[in-house]
Design a protein around this ligand. Structure first.
Ligand SMILES: [Ca+2]
Ligand SMILES: [Ca+2]
Ligand SMILES: [Ca+2]
Ligand SMILES: [Ca+2]
Length: 486
């Protein structure tokens, strides 16, 4: 996503001058007060230059987030105040509460118009299954649903229900994922939102039952971080969202589907998504359901300025922008079907929902299908292909980065057919070395490729303008953008 640079901010930025500190603190207190947060809980990042300092005696460490070098502390407000002048603290932010913003709709409307609209039926002539692990970070999944059960990811290193963390990943009996909201290995859905999203990604195809997802077969990881509050509304903590992202990344999920958002900007959450980026994973995120231009009124996490985020608006059967959908020429990447989407809900049932929450899993599902078809691609290549193969729509022009709606067939068919396998033992040696990459632009790069088996069919080398500014770069063959700085 291309958008304006965010100014780096924190509740307390470490500065040496106390008067500056108080100037910085004041607006953040005002912002924090507008949003719900867990009382007495703060996400704290220490400066890497002071890694050895201990937490104040008045603070209890509740959780640690190794991926972002931060911790969850329980402490009183006066202790937070005392940290404001501590140069060893990089940031402190409240443990914000996140809510789902979906729009339930007519439960009897039951046609899968969305898959037809994105040309899934012709895409399925090319591929129907995802071998990539796709994590659904949400309210959980009814992993017993007959139209989902066989498509759940299974943690092969874990023995179920023995009370032991068999694979030593820090989580006991985590078979299908984990429930961070309740701290247990049963990420069952106590709502319906996550199960509905999972069905759009990969309800089982061709099984004579119910519906079908973008993928007929897949590996769906269930990561629950929402649970119902006393009013029956799903509510999730930023700290649990961070843990879910850490889990997904460490357990090999290359794609997370994130149909949630709202609340203030969080440096900790942004850092967690950046950690996933560093591990080469995509973060597909709902653009939100407030009918606003998010270029002006930012929405998170879809709006963080990270290249592994794909921000998704919702469209309807007539290819109009859904009335509830957020949009933004620089902050929302593309549209996907999100009005009146029929999919799985708990207890073996089905139902219709609307929201950018429903658009997001269409994109996550295609990302899985496309990446599985092109397993050597980087997250950036998968993202670029999804955005460059959209169906251009006047309703999305000037309202999204790509100006179009998801198209599964164009993404899969457009030059993505795997190259023919060479005869013999299948080994290919290809050396492509640029002989000259010095000088100021424009400059010439010479490539020399050789193979010991068969013939080289095509050379393809790609570089975007954005990346050219990052020179010096090295690319390996066929558009694979492995980058090494020298
Ligand atoms: Ca485990
Ligand atoms: Ca176990
Ligand atoms: Ca549970
Ligand atoms: Ca089915």
């Amino acid at each position: 996503m291309l958008k304006n640079q965010h100014t780096y901010h924190s509740l307390f930025k470490s500065v040496g001058v106390v008067s500056l500190c108080s100037l910085l603190i004041t607006p953040r207190y005002l912002i924090a007060a507008e949003f719900e947060a867990v009382e007495g809980q703060y996400i704290v990042k220490r400066s890497p230059y002071c890694a050895s300092i201990s937490s104040p005696s008045a603070a209890n460490v509740l959780d640690v987030f190794p991926s972002i070098g931060a911790e969850l502390w329980q402490m009183e407000a006066y202790t937070v105040n005392s940290l404001s002048t501590d140069s060893c603290i990089e940031y402190v932010e409240p443990n914000y509460i996140i809510r789902l913003d979906n729009t339930p709709n007519d439960p009897d409307f039951n046609q899968l118009w969305g898959l037809d609209k994105i040309s899934a039926t012709t895409a399925w002539d090319i591929r129907t299954e995802s071998s990539i692990i796709i994590a659904v970070i949400d309210t959980g999944i009814d992993y017993t649903h007959p139209d989902l059960a066989a498509n759940m990811w299974v943690n092969q290193g874990e023995i179920p229900n023995n009370g032991i963390d068999d694979d030593g990943n820090g989580y006991i009996d985590d078979i299908y994922g984990y429930d961070f909201a309740n701290g247990d290995g049963e990420p069952l859905d106590d709502h319906f939102h996550g199960t509905h999203c999972a069905g759009t990604i990969a309800a089982i195809g061709n099984n004579g039952t119910g519906v079908v997802g973008v993928n007929w077969s897949a590996k769906i990881m269930a990561l629950k971080f929402f649970k119902l509050d006393s009013f029956g509304r799903p509510s999730g903590k930023i700290s649990d969202a961070i843990s879910a992202i850490e889990y997904a990344t460490s357990m090999g999920a290359k794609i997370t589907s994130n149909s949630w958002g709202g609340g203030p900007e969080s440096q900790a959450l942004s850092d967690a998504i950046q950690f996933a980026q560093q591990k080469g994973a995509l973060f597909i995120a709902a653009a939100g359901n407030k009918s606003v231009n998010t270029d002006r009124y930012s929405h998170y996490p879809s709006g963080y300025d990270l290249s592994n985020i794909i921000s998704v608006a919702a469209t309807d059967q007539y290819d109009a922008l859904s009335e509830f959908s957020n949009y933004g020429a620089t902050s929302v990447d593309l549209g996907a079907p999100g009005t009146d989407i029929y999919s799985t809900v708990p207890n073996g049932s089905y139902g219709t929902l609307s929201g950018t929450s429903m658009a997001t899993p269409h994109v996550a599902g295609l990302a899985g299908l496309l990446w599985s078809h092109n397993p050597s691609w980087t997250y950036r290549k998968v993202r670029d292909k999804i955005l460059s193969s959209v169906e251009p729509l006047s309703s999305l022009a000037g309202k999204t980065v790509s100006g179009g709606r998801l198209n599964a067939y164009k993404a899969l068919a457009d030059g993505t057919t795997p190259p023919p396998q060479p005869p013999g033992d299948g080994k290919v040696e290809a050396h492509i070395e640029p002989t000259t990459i010095t000088g100021s632009a424009p400059f010439t790069v010479y490539l020399d490729g050789r193979t010991s088996v068969g013939q080289i069919i095509q050379y393809k080398w790609e570089a975007s303008i954005e990346e050219m500014y990052d020179c010096p770069l090295w690319y390996s063959s066929h558009g694979d953008r492995n980058k090494r700085n020298h």
